[in-house]
Design a protein around this ligand. Structure first.
Ligand SMILES: [Zn+2]
Ligand SMILES: [Zn+2]
Length: 316
C-alpha cells in the first residue's frame, strides 16, 4: 500500500503534559482511523476539522485501530459507536482499560499497593496520583472492542495490509503497525521523552521498563524507514532514533547507579535526586520510570534491596 499517499496525520489536543496526540486516517477501504484522542469537545472538533480537510466525516470511519488503551489515544472511540458503528480493534491485554478504565485502574492500584507503599512516597503523593487517575478517567468512556489483536495479525485493506507488532512496556497491550518500510509506533517510541513505562509490563503486573526496551529493540530490527508516532512529528532514521533512546536509558541507569553507590535510598528519594522538582502530573511518570529502572537493576543483581519498617531501600 502507498502509505505516504493514503495516510493523513490529524493532531488533536489533549489536556495532558504531552500535548497533542497524533491520529492517522488511512484513506483506503475500509476507512480506518488509528487512535481517536481523548474524549473532549476540543478533540472532537479538531478531528472533525481534520477529516473535513480530506473530504470525510466522522460517520465515514469504518474501522478504528487503537495502538493502546491510554485515554489520550482511545478516549473518544465510544463516540463512533453511535455515529458509524465501526469495527474497533485493540490488543487483548489493553481490553480491560479500554472497556472499563475505572475498574481496571482500581485493580492495578490494588495489585501495586504494596509496591507503592514501599516507595517512601508520602500519602499526599498517592492522593495526587489517585486524583490524576480520576482525571484521566474523565477523558474516556467504556468502549467495547470488537476484535482483539495479537502479534503478527494482519489488518487487511482493499489493497494491502498492516502487520501487527506486539510492543508492550508502555502499556501491557501496546501495539505498533507495520506497512512496508513504514511504522505506526503508538507510544512505543517517544523520541522526545526518556524511555518510560508506568506499569505496562506484558505480565500486567510489573512496571515493564524491560519490556519497553525489548519492544524498542524489536522495532529497531525491522529496517523501517519512517515512523509515525503517537506524539510529535513523524521521523525518519528510525534505527538511529531508537539508538538515541537506548543511550538515554543507559545514561539514566548510570546516574541511578551513581546515586545508589553513595547512599541507600527509597524509590521516592531516588526520584527526587534524579529529577529534582517535578510537577504534580509528572510524579506518576517519574516514579514509574525510577521503579522500572530499579526492577531491572534488582533482576540484574546490580542493586541490593533492604526492607526497613515497610519501606524498601536500594543500594549498590
Ligand atoms: Zn500512552
Ligand atoms: Zn500517548
Amino acid at each position: 500500500m502507498d502509505v505516504e499517499g493514503n495516510v493523513r496525520r490529524i493532531v488533536v489536543p489533549t489536556p495532558l503534559p504531552l500535548g497533542g496526540t497524533n491520529l492517522y486516517l488511512v484513506k483506503e477501504k475500509p476507512i480506518t482511523l488509528i487512535d481517536t484522542g481523548p474524549d473532549t469537545e476540543d478533540t472532537k472538533a479538531d478531528l472533525k476539522f481534520g477529516l473535513a480537510k480530506i473530504g470525510l466525516k466522522l460517520k465515514d470511519v469504518e474501522r478504528i485501530v487503537l495502538t493502546h488503551g491510554h485515554v489520550d489515544h482511545c478516549g473518544l472511540a465510544h463516540e463512533f459507536v453511535e455515529i458509524s458503528n465501526p469495527e474497533i480493534l485493540a490488543h487483548e491485554k489493553d481490553r480491560d482499560i479500554i472497556e472499563d478504565f475505572g475498574s481496571a485502574v482500581e485493580k492495578r492500584f490494588e495489585d501495586c499497593g504494596e509496591l507503592f507503599g514501599s516507595t517512601g512516597a508520602p500519602p499526599e503523593t498517592f492522593q495526587v496520583i489517585r486524583e490524576f487517575l480520576d482525571f484521566l478517567g474523565s477523558l474516556t468512556h467504556p468502549c467495547e472492542i470488537t476484535r482483539t489483536l495479537k502479534d503478527k495479525d494482519k489488518i487487511e485493506f482493499e489493497s494491502g495490509a498492516f502487520g501487527v507488532l506486539y510492543t508492550p512496556g508502555h502499556s501491557s497491550g501496546s501495539i505498533s503497525l507495520q506497512s512496508g518500510d513504514t511504522l505506526f509506533s503508538g507510544d512505543a517510541l517517544l523520541v522526545e521523552n526518556s524511555p518510560c513505562s508506568v506499569f505496562g509490563g506484558a505480565d500486567k503486573k510489573s512496571v515493564g521498563l524491560d519490556d519497553f526496551l525489548d519492544s524498542m529493540e524489536k522495532l529497531s530490527k525491522l529496517g523501517a524507514r519512517k515512523a509515525y508516532p503517537g506524539h510529535g512529528e513523524p521521523f525518519e532514521n528510525v534505527k538511529e532514533k531508537i539508538k538515541g533512546m537506548q543511550s538515554a536509558y543507559e545514561a539514566k541507569k548510570e546516574t541511578i547507579l551513581d546515586y545508589l553507590s553513595k547512599e541507600e535510598l527509597t524509590a521516592f528519594e531516588l526520584m527526587n535526586r534524579v529529577f529534582g522538582i517535578i510537577s504534580i502530573e509528572q510524579v506518576l511518570m517519574g516514579l514509574g520510570e525510577i521503579l522500572g529502572h530499579l526492577e531491572i537493576l534488582a533482576k540484574e543483581k546490580a542493586v541490593e534491596t533492604k526492607e526497613k519498617e515497610g519501606l524498601i531501600y536500594y543500594k549498590v
